[in-house]
Ligand binder design. Structure first.
Ligand SMILES: Cc1cc2nc3c(=O)[nH]c(=O)nc-3n(C[C@H](O)[C@H](O)[C@H](O)COP(=O)(O)OP(=O)(O)OC[C@H]3O[C@@H](n4cnc5c(N)ncnc54)[C@H](O)[C@@H]3O)c2cc1C
Length: 468
């Protein structure tokens, strides 16, 4: 989809003036922060003709509070920018970046994105927002609503309802400031990687991980990365195979042997005073190394995958994961992201279903499971060559099928690509779709002219609902 124009305000007043004009002429705008939402459609609008409301010029780090561990940022602040800012002012606070360093601290949290330190659930770590509503009114959430508040970024709680979530993955307002909690640099850090030999090990891995996570023995978002995602930082598919369809098992085994990889490659880290780390490591080791064939790594020479994961788990943004774009070549990628519980049998069932469908459509399974507080994000990266129309169509067919099959099996997506927002919205159909009805009722009240990001997450203004 192609926009018709773009406007890039540099402050709240300019946003208010833009909204006055687009309300008067009923012109839809599509809001982006740093605009790098790749794998989920990038900065493109849902329909051609929208005007981009590009907030990249609003890129001020308004406050860093070393004592309480937070920052207040504008929408255009990228991970790399915040990281450099903290280092420049001599701060000992860490950020929690998503894998792409160019991503936005705000845009990613608004999309419910995730990173790899103990502060990896970005919306959980968000605290306080300033929002411009469609009619130009400015609202501060939480304690920010108190005149002269000193505690906007230290507590999410306030008398009355908690509204921040309403402005995430939605089109109810333009967020202009957001607080984010930052982790103080710990006195010790111990990253580790464990390779597992068999695909079926996934079940045992997550049965063991659940207790380690829920009890905070492993405090960060541990990930189990499949063989090919891991290999893509070091090699390409065509280096091993020039046939079509999924890689034969013999080739997969060769890739694993050449690069000392497992079918699953598990990353986690321990943080804190060294004696605590060493104690906790014994518990982790007993649990995760009990699976036959497990091999632990504390260092890997000349391995860019290990290097970038170690950096991400200590809050250093980088772009290495984008080498995955070279795996097939041609740059096409789209992420399918269902949620599951941290349960071994559920993870394995989801993996088997998805892998089978990928193979049926001629694709390799390339994915990872990332464990949160009580959930797992399963990220399937469907890679295709954008110049190959047949392959592109198969990728989209596969995605559409997965949405429905996963929903039938009880797995919903936590986030999605633009092209599938309506289909995914329809899978949330409890009580005749009461949740999306509620979204629509709110949309009609807050944005009666339907100017803010129509169609975002399958939420359409009244005038566009029948045509969507
Ligand atoms: C190889 C690869 C690895 C990735 N790894 C990760 C990962 O580790 N973790 C992860 O979470 N994601 C990951 N992604 C997905 C995605 O690229 C990142 O999440 C990226 O940070 C999102 O882009 P952004 O921050 O620039 O968001 P933006 O594009 O700025 O914003 C995303 C959306 O949020 C909304 N929005 C943004 N700003 C505002 C605002 N001010 N007001 C109202 N609405 C707003 C808009 O709807 C916008 O479309 C990955 C993608 C790829 C291709």
């Amino acid at each position: 989809m192609l926009p018709s124009a773009a406007v890039a305000p540099d402050g709240v007043e300019q946003i208010q003036k833009i909204l006055a004009v687009v309300n008067a002429y009923k012109i839809p705008v599509w809001t982006i922060g740093t605009g790098r939402n790749f794998a989920y459609g990038g900065p493109a609008p849902r329909k051609s003709g929208y005007v981009m409301l590009d907030l990249r010029r609003m890129n001020r780090v308004i406050e860093v509070n070393e004592k309480y561990g937070y920052a207040l940022v504008e929408p255009g602040v990228s991970y790399m920018q915040l990281y450099r800012h903290l280092r420049q002012i001599g701060s000992k606070l860490w950020i929690d970046p998503a894998a792409p360093a160019w991503g936005g601290v705000m845009g990613n949290a608004l999309e419910h994105g995730a990173g790899y330190t103990p502060y990896g659930d970005h919306f959980v770590m968000q605290c306080g927002m300033e929002v411009v509503l469609a009619d130009g009114e400015i609202v501060r959430t939480g304690q920010g609503a108190l005149a002269g508040s000193k505690h906007w970024q230290v507590t999410k709680h306030v008398a009355g309802p908690h509204f921040d979530g309403m402005f995430t993955q939605s089109n109810f307002g333009v967020v202009t400031k957001m607080g984010i909690w930052l982790m103080p640099e710990p006195p010790g850090y111990k990253p580790f990687m464990i390779t597992y030999q068999k695909e079926e090990d996934l079940e045992a891995i997550f049965e063991v991980t659940r207790a380690l996570k829920v009890n905070q023995i492993i405090p960060n978002a541990a990930v189990a990365v499949d063989l090919l995602w891991e290999a893509s930082a070091k090699t390409t598919r065509r280096h091993y195979y020039d046939g079509k369809g999924p890689l034969p098992p013999s080739i997969r085994a060769k890739i694993a042997a050449d690069h000392d990889l497992g079918m699953w490659n598990y990353y986690g880290a321990l943080y804190g005073p060294p004696p605590v780390i060493e104690n906790n490591w014994k518990v982790v080791e007993d649990a995760l190394m009990s699976i036959p064939g497990a091999k632990v790594h504390f260092d890997r020479k000349n391995d860019p995958a290990w290097d970038y994961r170690v950096r991400l788990m200590r809050g250093e943004p980088n772009m290495t994961e984008f080498s995955i774009m070279n795996w097939i070549g041609g740059g096409g990628h789209i992420n399918f992201s269902p949620i599951s519980a941290p349960s071994g049998s559920e993870a394995l069932a989801q993996y088997k279903l998805i892998k089978q469908r990928c193979n049926d459509h001629g694709f390799d399974y390339i994915g990872e499971f990332l464990v949160g507080w009580r959930d797992m994000h399963h990220i399937l990266m469907i890679m295709y060559d954008r110049a190959d129309e047949t392959m592109r169509k198969s990728a989209y067919d596969l995605f559409g099928l997965l949405v429905d099959e996963a929903a039938e099996a009880g797995f919903g997506e936590y986030r999605t690509h633009l092209a599938f927002m309506d289909q995914i919205a329809r899978t949330y159909k409890h009580n005749d779709g009461a949740l999306w009805d509620l979204h629509h009722r709110l949309k009609d009240v807050l944005d009666p002219n339907g100017i803010l990001s129509p169609g975002k997450q399958g939420i359409w203004p009244k005038a566009m609902r029948t045509t969507a």
